[in-house]
Design a protein around this ligand. Structure first.
Ligand code: ADP
Ligand code: MG
Length: 327
C-alpha cells in the first residue's frame, strides 16, 4: 500500500523507541526540543547507509532498521556516551507500507532497548538511503577519544573480528561457509557495545569502533595519538567459521580489513588491567588483548613465528575502492 509522507511519519515514526522525559517536543513540529542535563556534554554522530554501497538490494528491511541505528550507537559506544535521542533521514524509492513497517520495527526495537527516543527526521523520495543522527550524553571531559594512547598501553578488542566480512563474501560471492545463519546475524544485526564503552570511561586511554577494519581503525588511534603498535595475529579473536577460512587460505584480511565488525578497539594503561578484568566479568562480551602501543610509529602485524605480515589491503575506503556490496 502507498502512504502519503505525513501518514507514513505518523504511522511508523511517531512513537518510536523509549519515551524519555528529557524530550520537551518530539516528532511533529519544525524541530525537536530536548534537555541536556548540567554537567553533561552532547555527543553527536551521523552515519548513512546507501543501497549498493553499504547493503545489498533486497536486504531485509527489519535488519536495515536495526543496522541503521546500530552503526550510530556503535560510534556513541566508542565515545563512552550514553545514547539518548536520534533523528532519521529516509530517502525511499516508494512508500511501501510492508517495507516501512518492518524497517520501523527493527529501528524502534533497538531504540527501545537502548533508551533512545526518535525525535525527528526527514522523508524524501529517491534511491534508498538511510541516514541516522544519534545523540548521546557523556559527563563533561570524560569522553573516550582517539587521541590519548601512550607507549606501553595494551590494545584490546571486544567480541570477534571478521564475521561480517565472511558473511558478505558468502552472500555476495557465493563462498561456501560454515554457519551462515550466525555470520549473517553478525553482518545484519551488529550489537553496539554500549555498556563496555561507558564502563571504559576513566580506564581506557583511547578508543574507536571498528567499522572499516581493525588495521584502518586502530591506525586512526595511532595517527591521532602519534604512536605505533605491535599486534600479534594469533591473538585476534575469531569465530570458528572465520578461523576455518584463515586455516584454509592463510589470508588475514577478514579480521584485519573487511570491516563492518562494530566492535570496540581501545588502549589501556597497564595499571588499569585489574580494573578491566573486574569489569570484564560483568560484561556480556569477550575482550581480548591483541598487542601493545609502541613509541616507534607504524603498525607491525606479527605472525606466530615472530615475522612481519604484510596485508593485501588495509581497510575499507570509499573513494579508492569499488563499492563493497556493489549491486
Ligand atoms: P519540515 O518540512 O518542517 O522539515 P517535515 O514535514 O519534513 O517538517 O516533518 C514533519 C515532522 O516529522 C518533523 O517533526 C520531522 O522531524 C518529522 N519527521 C519527518 N520524517 C521523519 C522520519 N523519517 N522519522 C522521524 N521523524 C520524521
Ligand atoms: Mg518546517
Amino acid at each position: 500500500m502507498t502512504l502519503s509522507e505525513f501518514d507514513l511519519i505518523s504511522r511508523f515514526f511517531h512513537r518510536c523507541g523509549t519515551a524519555r522525559d528529557d524530550v520537551a517536543l518530539g516528532v511533529g513540529d519544525d524541530a525537536a526540543l530536548v534537555r541536556v542535563p548540567a554537567g553533561m556534554e552532547l555527543a553527536l554522530t551521523l552515519d548513512t547507509l546507501v543501497q549498493g554501497v553499504h547493503f545489498l538490494a533486497g536486504s531485509d528491511p527489519r535488519s536495515l532498521g536495526h543496522k541503521a541505528l546500530a552503526v550510530n550507537l556503535s560510534d556513541l559506544a566508542a565515545m563512552g556516551a550514553e545514547p539518548a535521542w536520534a533523528t532519521l533521514a529516509l530517502t525511499l524509492p516508494e512508500s511501501d507500507s510492508t517495507w516501512l513497517e518492518a524497517f520501523s520495527d527493527g529501528f524502534c526495537r533497538l531504540a527501545r532497548e537502548s533508551g533512545v527516543q526518535l525525535v525527528g527526521g526527514d522523508t524524501t523520495r529517491g534511491p534508498l538511503v538511510l541516514s541516522v543522527e544519534a545523540k548521546g550524553l557523556v559527563p563533561v571531559g570524560q569522553a573516550l577519544r582517539r587521541v590519548g594512547a601512550r607507549s606501553g598501553d595494551l590494545i584490546f578488542v571486544s567480541g570477534l573480528l571478521g564475521d561480517a566480512g565472511l558473511a558478505l563474501h558468502a552472500l555476495r560471492d557465493g563462498l561456501e561457509v560454515d554457519d551462515l545463519a550466525y555470520l549473517r546475524g553478525r553482518l545484519e544485526r551488529p550489537q553496539p557495545r554500549l555498556k563496555l564503552g561507558q564502563s571504559l570511561r576513566g580506564l581506557a586511554s583511547a578508543a574507536i569502533d571498528i567499522s572499516d577494519g581493525l588495521v584502518a581503525d586502530l591506525g586512526h588511534i595511532l595517527d591521532s595519538s602519534r604512536v605505533g603498535a605491535v599486534v600479534e595475529l594469533e591473538r585476534l579473536p575469531c569465530s570458528e567459521p572465520v578461523s576455518a577460512y584463515l586455516a584454509r587460505n592463510g589470508d588475514w584480511s577478514l579480521p584485519l580489513a573487511a570491516g563492518d565488525d562494530y566492535e570496540l578497539c581501545f588502549t589501556l594503561p597497564p595499571g588499569h588491567l585489574a580494573a578491566l578484568e573486574r569489569l570484564a566479568e560483568n560484561l556480556s562480551c569477550r575482550i581480548t588483548c591483541i598487542g601493545e602501543i609502541t613509541r616507534e610509529p607504524g603498525l607491525r602485524l606479527r605472525t606466530a613465528d615472530g615475522g612481519d605480515y604484510r596485508p593485501r589491503r588495509w581497510g575499507y575506503e570509499h573513494f579508492t575502492q569499488n563499492p563493497r556490496n556493489g549491486s
